[in-house]
Design a protein around this ligand. Structure first.
Ligand code: KMT
Ligand code: NI
Length: 179
């Protein structure tokens, strides 16, 4: 279940309706997909995509998305520190960044124009789309990361991060979820 937080306002909510309204008002997309399948550690990317096909394929068709894969990060992930650093610096992409959380969790941070920075903790069942050009960053935590997420692309090459070099993420490095 997702949690929306605005750290400078000491605000947080886990009400999906409030989160949806907050996101829609800002041109961001949020949804939750249900699926009762429990994946074994041995589940392949195809198993996972297939299990969500009922929601995934119509979503891809409607949005003109061509490819989907599964990103898996856990405590066995090699070079996690380098991977974390890649996501943790504020950046934009030239295409929408769409992530559906199959398991685990991570925090997406948003820095919109004329808005206090806010974040969304994403967990199992949460779908998020960060529109192209939106300043954002992502963190799965300093230690014991666990993320299993479907990534949906028009063209994978659009995912390249363009770093803003603002350093704003450092202002929020001590943030802790309080909901
Ligand atoms: C990005 O560009 O911020 C990401 O791909 C985030 C990691 S995927 C859960
Ligand atoms: Ni990104």
């Amino acid at each position: 279940m997702a949690i929306l937080s605005i750290p400078t306002k000491n605000y947080s909510t886990s009400d999906p309706k409030e989160i949806l309204e907050f996101f829609n008002a800002r041109g961001l997309y949020f949804d939750q997909w249900q699926c009762d399948v429990v994946f074994e550690d041995t589940a392949t990317q195809e198993d996972i995509l297939q299990a969500y096909s009922k929601d995934l394929f119509p979503f891809m068709e409607n949005g003109g998305y061509e490819t989907a894969d599964v990103i898996s990060i856990n405590s066995l992930t090699e070079n996690y520190e380098a991977l974390r650093a890649k996501f943790l610096a504020e950046h934009t992409h030239t295409e929408d960044e769409i992530r559906f959380f199959v398991d685990g969790q991570g925090i997406f941070w948003f820095n919109l124009e004329n808005e206090p920075v806010f974040n969304l903790l994403c967990e199992k069942g949460d779908l998020i789309s960060v529109p192209a050009g939106t300043k954002h960053w992502f963190d799965a935590g300093e230690s014991n990361p666990f993320v299993k997420a479907i990534r949906i692309f028009i063209d994978m090459s659009g995912w390249v991060p363009h770093y803003t070099e603002s350093g704003i993420e450092l202002e929020f490095k001590d943030f802790k979820i309080t909901n």
